[in-house]
Design a protein around this ligand. Sequence first.
Ligand code: PLP
Length: 477
Amino acid sequence: MDSLISSAYTQALEVIGSIEPRIADATRQELADQRASLKLIASENYASPAVLLTMGTWLSDKYAEGTVGHRFYAGCQNVDTVEALAAEHARELFGAPYAYVQPHSGIDANLVAFWAILANRIESPYLQKMQAKNVNELTEADWETLRGELGNQRLLGMSLDAGGHLTHGFRPNISGKMFHQQQYGTDPETGLLDYDVVAAKAREFKPLVLVAGYSAYPRRIDFAKMREIADEVGAVLMVDMAHFAGLVAGKVFTGNENPVPFAHVTTTTTHKSLRGPRGGMVLAQEEFAADVDRGCPMVLGGPLSHVMAAKAVAFAEARTSQFQAYSQQVADNAKSLAEGFLTRDANLVTGGTDNHLVLLDVTSFGLTGRQAESALLDAGIVTNRNAVPADPNGAWYTSGVRLGTPALTTRGLGHDEFDKVAELIVEVLSNTQPGTTKAGGPSKASYVLADGVADRVKAESAELLDKHPLYPGLVLG
Ligand code: PLP
């Protein structure tokens, strides 16, 4: 298999290079860079060659607006097979009554979910006429009323600096504009989600949509409690499991930690801990299925058939016992990473982790997140800066660095290696000083990394990485 994969990529790059050599070169270089760095971006992973190869085919060329068996284009029989299989795998993998695999990304999935919830819950005669396809009966005044009804609903989600996502009601995002929004944060002392505070806000605000899920919260959520809150105030519970879908598929998050049975609608990306192609998906209870199914034309155009095919391949991988072992290792490694920091006196938001990510507060090193991110990159450690709750440095410079274990776990790193990763990160940050602005004042962006540290850390991480090569059998000729 290794030699097949090697020759497939070698030849593909030759074909690409014959048309635009710079793209072939950048693609080769990206592999070299990914192989040579410690990738700790919590939202990234390494998809399998099978998933990657599935995306590079002529399925990409087919337009297939509509749904399985009900397309607005002729000749969609193979796309029907692909989409039906991806949806079937998704339903089985997550135990969901319904799966919609067309969204191109996580944000698309959330937009589909929002509009499906509005369509399902807003009792408007105009909306009914629209759904019944009597669109032409609506006058301009009817549309105006309908816009007012759809546009004046309420959404309650986790704030960005507590770990929520842009699409959970952040003002600059469309979700913060199409809804009246309010946000819940985390406890200022513990950094943990306080369900009583969420419930109190929900009682007061009475949202139509209660969003749970996160991009940077290092803890598990009790979705039974979130559903209880939603039910008490008559809200729809939408869970965005983009970050932790792999831990749900891998049966690390079970019972109340698995959102799928509790949420009315669950959205996800397929490329983070789930290790599939870049893309999105919506799972739903029966009651919402027909509305989600109208993702096209409601929000989306033509589905990416090649990506839906790769989703089917990734879901087939995720139902194996190997994937379950991988997911458990992702969570175990996050604990090792957290312990590695705590034993070296570093500060973690919430004091630890029980999912796949760690949020390191870098203010104790005298740095902003931006300075820490840049210094780490100099030493071959790829991370992303991230706000911490009530961040004094704002969302651009930030005070934190978010670190995730899915990618390096795919390479095979385990407990001791993640402890070493914590050691290397602490070494870089303890040897970094904030720089000064041109005017001589303190800078939030520039920094000085002590001589020799980057090279020393790179050499030590090379030892780790050489023992756990990325795509071990893949040799480009
Ligand atoms: N939802 C959450 C919780 C995320 O973390 C992200 C991406 O980081 C998204 C949605 C958006 O996903 P995409 O970048 O595929 O649009």
